[in-house]
Design a protein around this ligand. Structure first.
Ligand code: BGP
Length: 467
């Protein structure tokens, strides 16, 4: 039996674009995803979970089921429809009402400024590859810090890593570019500079509350730990997805090992980076100011050395075995390992969460606090008798919370856990069939139904005991 700390947050996570719907309502500006989904996928962000209208019900359910924290993101294009300039008051009013409802229900809002949804007008000019975007983001952040003084926990970005990965490596996010490592690292870098500038501004302005960043941190292991080539493959893959952005966050610089790995990847795959001296001054000024790190953790990967041609196939449909990931001079993911995996080929490995938390503690001792800001099981839920008997999800969460509890026991400062997701939402590149919620959403009627996991989570939040 393991017990979680008294002040632990048992949260649920959402994101504006995946939950709100109402993409054309009350003056919201377009985002790049609107067009990208229309052109490339079989679904759109309508109706999503209609959180724009249903949020009072979702927060009521959260309160009733013991959920005392919620991750919410602000849609940048509801506040500034074209990314900057004139403010859309209706968007501002919506978020004031939403945060008031959170407080009324004693569900603490953890608010993210950017969760994949750059306004289309800015995205089409290069998104964060264009340094002007950094200024626009910081202006938008400054507006929000001042306007929404009722928010106590701010996150600048959700998952800088997967944005670079989705936009420029796998190509499953707009603008759908593949295998471009220079763009990937440049996007990581420029977004980290934007993060650092926003954090510095928040602290210099003397706002109360806390600020941090949410990184997705999939743990990377060598397929054969005794083979130095596999060890190297895991290291390089870790640099791409984790170490580069962690170094920027907590060192304000890239370690020798990191930069050497990046240069190797670029020498094999082509491309050059634009890293300016003043960027490092900005990163350094913010490196000790992060109040917390949010970790999104779903899976680990096992890497083998690989020198053939780069090829990545994204499994969007949940047909197990449909994934391929091999990068020249980096490595390839081995899916045929003795580890359970989801229908979307995500390898379920709770120990990876423990290892990742302990890695932060050891390699970046200036971290102050960690929240697990996303973790959960994507599943083709079966709706029977007005509910879902999602024992697999309960088991998944239990195992990961157990790993969190072990990390706390071993000295890591972890203060909360947000299940992805509070209610069902749609998945960016997998659609409405991949569900994660504690509450089942009938996307036609927008009715909510507590799943078995919701009752289990309520009991867990009450007793704080993992059995
Ligand atoms: C994270 C995102 C979330 C959510 C989650 C599940 O990367 O922050 O927005 O989508 O992953 O991923 P997916 O929807 O691809 O299954």
């Amino acid at each position: 039996m393991k017990r979680l700390p008294e002040d632990f947050i048992f949260g649920g996570a959402t994101a504006a674009y995946q939950a709100e719907g109402a993409t054309h309502e009350d003056g919201k500006g377009r985002v790049a995803w609107d067009t990208f989904l229309e052109e490339n996928y079989w679904y759109t962000a309508e109706p999503a979970s209609d959180f724009y209208h249903k949020y009072p019900l979702d927060l009521q359910l959260a309160q009733e089921f013991g959920v005392n924290g919620i991750r919410i993101s602000i849609a940048w294009s509801r506040i500034f429809p074209t990314g900057f300039g004139e403010v859309n008051q209706k968007g501002v009013d919506f978020y004031h009402k939403l945060f008031a409802e959170c407080h009324k229900r004693h569900v603490e809002p953890f608010v993210t400024l950017h969760h994949f949804d750059t306004p289309e007008s800015l995205h089409s000019k290069g998104d964060f590859l264009n340094r002007e975007n950094i200024d626009h983001f910081v202006d938008y952040a400054a507006f929000c810090f001042k306007e929404f003084s009722e928010v106590n926990y701010w996150t600048t970005f959700n998952e800088i890593g997967p944005i670079g990965d989705g936009q420029y490596l796998v190509g499953k996010f707009p603008p759908g570019i593949q295998y471009d490592f220079a763009k990937l690292f440049q996007s990581h870098h420029n977004m980290m500079v934007a993060h650092a500038r926003a954090v510095k501004l928040f602290k210099d302005s003397g706002y109360s509350g806390e600020i941090g960043v949410v990184h997705a941190l999939p743990t990377k292991y060598p397929y054969n730990p005794a083979d130095p080539a596999d060890v190297r493959a895991a290291e390089l893959e870790d640099i791409i997805h984790n170490k580069f952005i962690l170094d920027a966050t907590y060192l304000g610089d890239y370690s020798k090992k990191t930069i050497e790995g990046v240069l190797h990847i670029l020498s094999v795959n082509g491309g050059k980076l634009d890293l300016q001296d003043e960027d490092f001054a900005v990163l350094k000024a913010a490196k000790d100011l992060n109040d917390f790190l949010g970790i999104n953790y779903y899976m680990s990967d096992w890497m083998r050395a690989f020198d053939g041609e780069t090829e990545i196939t994204h499994n969007a449909t949940g047909d197990k075995g449909g994934s391929k990931y091999q990068i020249k001079g980096v490595g390839r993911r081995e899916f045929d390992v003795d580890i359970p995996r989801t229908d979307w080929d995500w390898l379920i490995y709770p120990q990876g969460l423990y290892d990742q938390i302990m890695r932060i503690k050891q390699d970046y001792p200036n971290y102050k606090k960690i929240y697990i800001t996303e973790n959960g099981l994507g599943y083709k839920d079966e709706f029977v008798n007005g509910t879902v008997y999602d024992d697999a999800r309960i088991d998944y969460v239990k195992q990961h919370l157990s790993a969190v509890s072990d990390a706390i026991h071993d000295g890591a400062n972890v203060k909360g856990y947000f299940i992805w997701s509070l209610m069902d939402v749609f998945s960016w590149s997998n659609g409405y069939e991949k569900r994660y919620g504690l509450f089942y959403v009938d996307f036609e009627t927008q009715e909510r139904y507590p799943k078995k996991s919701a009752y289990w989570y309520r009991d867990l939040a009450q007793r704080r005991v993992i059995e």
